[in-house]
Each structure stands twice: as C-alpha cells, then as structure tokens.
Design a binder for this molecule. Structure first.
Ligand code: PTJ
Length: 262
C-alpha cells in the first residue's frame, strides 16, 4: 500500500479499498477508466450506508442458489474485480464449479497478463478467456467484451458479471443466459437488465457469497430452484433504491440537522 492509513481512521475501509484500486492501476490490472468506475461505486456505497443490507443478503442467497443449480455457471472477471477480491473469487469459483473468465472492456495484453498472474497467485487452477484460448463472439456487441471463451461465457447458462458497464447484459439475456450482477448503482442498465442484482460493494458481498455457497451446496437442487424462483429483481431494485432514499433522508435530519420539509 502506498500510504499508511491509521487503524482508527473513520473511513479506513473505504480508503484501503481505494488504495487497492490505485495499486491495481499501477500494476496494469485496473484500467484508467476503472479508477472513475470505482469513484462512482464509492459514491453509491456512501448513499447506501457502506453496509450489507438485508436486501443484499437476500440477493446474494438467490445468486448463489442460481449458480449452484446451473449446468455451466461462469464468473466474468474485469480489472476492478480482480484488484479487489481475487481470493474470494477463486473460492467462489471452486465452491460453485464456475470457472473464472477474463473479459476486459479496455483490453491490453499486459492487463490480461497482470490479471492472470493475480488470479493464479490467488489459487486459480484454470482461467478462461486468455488470448491463447479459442474465442467466439457475442452477437449485437461491438466492444471488446464481445469476444468470449466457448468453454466459459460461450456455453454458460448462468453468467456472473460484476461491476459491468453498458449493454452486455442485454446481449447476454437475448442469448437466453441468466445474468447475475454486483452493482452498487441499482439504476444502472446492467442492474435493471440482470436477473439478479446484488446492490452491494463487491468487497463485502463476495466473501458473503462464499459463505452462502458453503451453506447452500448441501441443499437439494429443488430447494435451490425454489429460492431462485422466489426472487424478484424488480422488487429487489425498488427496495434497494428505497433503502438509499431513506438513508439519505436520515442523513439530512441526523447529521446535518436539516429537514426535507419546505
Ligand atoms: O477492466 P475492464 O477493462 O473490463 O473495465 C472495467 C470497468 C469497471 C472500467 C468498466 O466495466 C466500466 O467502465 O464500468 P462502469 O460503466 O463504470 O460500471 C461499473 C459499475 O460498477 C457502476 O455502476 C459502479 O457504480 C459499480 N461499482 C463500482 N465499484 C463498485 C461497484 N459496484 C460494487 N462494488 C464496487 N466496489
């Protein structure tokens, strides 16, 4: 870490997470645009109270149940995700038999190499989506994300796309895939078009996904399918937005001593 953050600093976790992203950028793991993406995430995290809500736990449980009932689940990895939670990703991948696939919007070979190294150092035995692997194309996408691994996203029925930009989720949905995302912004296109959106910081909810995977993997497929079917993403996003609004209202009253009344 480039700076020492005092243990009693009130914003220690947020600052340490920011440092991980900066360091990831220096090591070519994180794209320059990834710094901005992280800032947007920080703002939404502040709005939600920098905590894992009951609503997030509910979405995490459904997401893990969907991964455990899938024939071919896969976890798509970009620079930010790799910089923040490599070990948890590898654990989740193993517990749910969902391979990790590197899929970059801002592709550069040196970034792919840096990400591959971090995942391998974190214990990943197999990583898909690298340049030496076969690739196929997602129709309707023009960005570099269109190139996918036929053994990963190509054949997957459930795709986890954390911290995702733009229009890939819609393209994946059109291909009949079930999409799970992690996004602190419940209003993003990805959040709205996914089957399950975990509105939480990836640094908090990925370890929680690992815990749920350990717990749920002994459940019957039937029970797991029931959990998935009972989940409604529209309601989930509505409640997440409500949590944000209520938290902001409380901030106005408690911290600033103001009122929302005219
Ligand atoms: O590594 P690459 O080349 O594939 O590029 C990755 C980035 C993240 C740069 C790219 O996917 C991008 O530009 O993403 P966006 O459009 O900024 O969207 C990222 C979403 O993730 C935004 O809605 C953010 O609010 C959200 N986000 C950012 N940090 C976190 C987060 N959500 C959860 N946890 C975070 N730590």
């Amino acid at each position: 870490m480039s700076i020492e953050i005092p243990p009693d600093h009130p914003r220690r976790i947020s600052l340490e997470t920011r440092e991980m992203i900066i360091e990831g950028h220096q090591k070519h793991i994180v794209a320059t645009a990834g710094l901005l993406a992280h800032g947007r995430g920080e703002a939404f995290d502040y709005f939600i109270g920098e905590t894992t809500t009951e609503q997030s736990r509910h979405a995490v449980r459904a997401a893990v149940a969907a991964m455990l009932t899938a024939e071919h689940p896969v976890i798509s990895v970009n620079g930010n995700v790799c910089a923040l939670v490599p070990e948890a990703l590898v654990q989740l991948s193993e517990l749910t038999s969902a391979p990790l696939e590197i899929n970059l919007f801002y592709y550069r070979k040196e970034r792919e190499d840096a990400i591959l190294k971090v995942l391998r150092d974190a214990g990943a035995k197999e990583v898909l989506g690298t340049h030496d692997r076969p690739s196929e194309t997602i129709p309707e996408l023009s960005s570099n994300r269109r190139k996918v691994d036929p053994d990963g996203i190509g054949r997957a029925d459930v795709v986890v796309v954390p911290l995702e930009d733009g229009d890939r989720t819609e393209a994946l949905r059109k291909m009949g895939k079930y999409v799970i995302t992690i996004d602190l912004n419940p209003m993003s296109r990805t959040s709205v078009h996914s089957n399950i959106t975990i509105v939480d910081n990836i640094v908090r909810c990925t370890p929680l996904m690992v815990e749920f995977a350990k717990e749920l993997r002994t459940e019957s497929k039937e029970d797991l399918r029931d959990i998935v079917q009972a989940f409604n993403n529209e309601k989930n996003l509505g409640k997440s937005l409500e949590i944000i609004v209520n938290h902001l209202k409380a901030k106005v009253v408690e911290d600033i001593g103001g009122s929302l009344e005219q």
